[in-house]
Design a protein around this ligand. Structure first.
Ligand SMILES: *[C@@H]1O[C@H](CO)[C@@H](O)[C@H](O)[C@H]1NC(C)=O
Ligand SMILES: *[C@@H]1O[C@H](CO)[C@@H](O)[C@H](O)[C@H]1NC(C)=O
Ligand SMILES: *[C@@H]1O[C@H](CO)[C@@H](O)[C@H](O)[C@H]1NC(C)=O
Length: 294
């Protein structure tokens, strides 16, 4: 949205931006995470997520989003910052049949996208998984001299896990993995391991020998997902609500999308109230996490 490259000023910049955003946000701005039930249980809304100068604004409707965007533009302009419309994008969840366009104050149309990169990850899990697999293979190729070198397997595995595996797993704690994606991940991880240990296709090495006690990568991801989910749930009420949020699928055709909530429910075989109470109990939740250090 707005960018600042001079590091010493970054902190000041964030303070200023935060001030402008606070001025721009109205009480009813935001994506509804829970509808208003009564005066004692008001609606819970999420207006924005900010990380330094990476800002996401949320609204339930396009009209409200348009208005919100203009208010943010005005408020930031007052402190001498400007919104670069060509670096701003709009994305719909549950797209309406005829989505209206969103415009900046000067009339520039904001580009509509079906996905975008935020803090290094794409919001669409399938796309992000393919992207990470590609990056992991890139890292593996650049280390091919190491894999060919006369080094102990144990050392290679250490290098592999801290480089290739960590590249593959970046952002994986929030993936909503389908069975197909799990297969893709495990399949590629096995091939990456073969490359690391120079195991030829023709050799009769079994996966048990190849893995030699290493957990399946989807197992590692599951444990990380549960560890993060428990942490989020216990430490921040709003983040907990986002974690278990389910889009309103009623007006949408086709199969409901797989949410992180569903994945977590399947991981542990618990739902709703039971799930919540176990998640809030650190010791109980740990029982579901098999390989804590992943
Ligand atoms: C806005 O961002 C685009 C794309 O990065 C850049 O080319 C352009 O110069 C920017 N506009 C201004 C006024 O800085
Ligand atoms: C590895 O990932 C690629 C790209 O996502 C996919 O096309 C391929 O089928 C996967 N390979 C295996 C063995 O699962
Ligand atoms: C390294 O691991 C592979 C795969 O399990 C095995 O075939 C190979 O013999 C091992 N090499 C050494 C030196 O242990």
């Amino acid at each position: 949205m707005v960018s600042c490259r001079v590091i010493p000023w970054l902190h000041l910049f964030i303070v200023a931006l935060d001030y402008a955003l606070r001025k721009a946000v109205n009480t009813n701005d935001g994506l509804t995470l829970r509808r208003r039930q009564s005066s004692r249980h008001p609606a819970v809304v999420l207006p924005d997520l900010d990380f330094a100068d990476d800002i996401c604004l949320f609204e339930d409707t396009i009209r409200a989003a348009q208005d919100f965007l203009h208010r943010v533009e005005s408020a930031t302009q007052e402190i001498g910052l400007f919104l670069n419309a060509s670096k701003t994008m709009v994305m719909h969840i549950n797209p309406p049949v005829d989505p209206q366009v969103l415009k900046a104050r000067d009339g520039t149309v904001i580009e509509q996208v079906s996905d975008f990169k935020y803090l290094g990850s794409f919001s669409n899990t399938a796309y992000d998984v393919s992207h990470r697999i590609g990056l992991a293979w890139g890292a593996s190729h650049s280390l091919r001299k190491v894999w060919k070198a006369p080094i102990q397997n144990a050392t290679k595995i250490k290098v592999f896990r801290s480089s290739v595996e960590s590249i593959l797993l970046y952002g994986s704690d929030s993936w909503s993995l389908t069975k197909t994606l799990c297969k893709k991940l495990d399949g590629n991880y096995t091939r990456l391991l073969r490359t690391t240990l120079n195991v030829d296709w023709k050799s009769h090495t079994t996966n048990t020998q190849l893995y030699n006690g290493l957990p399946r990568i989807t197992r590692v991801i599951r444990d990380r997902r549960l560890a993060l989910a428990g942490h989020v749930m216990r430490h921040d009420e709003m983040a907990g609500r986002v974690l278990l949020w389910r889009p309103d699928d009623k007006r949408r055709r086709g199969r409901p999308s797989l949410t992180l909530k569903r994945v977590i429910e399947e991981d542990v075989g618990l739902q709703d109230g039971d799930l919540l109470s176990v998640m809030r109990d650190r010791a109980a939740w740990r029982n579901f996490i098999v390989s804590p250090e992943g």
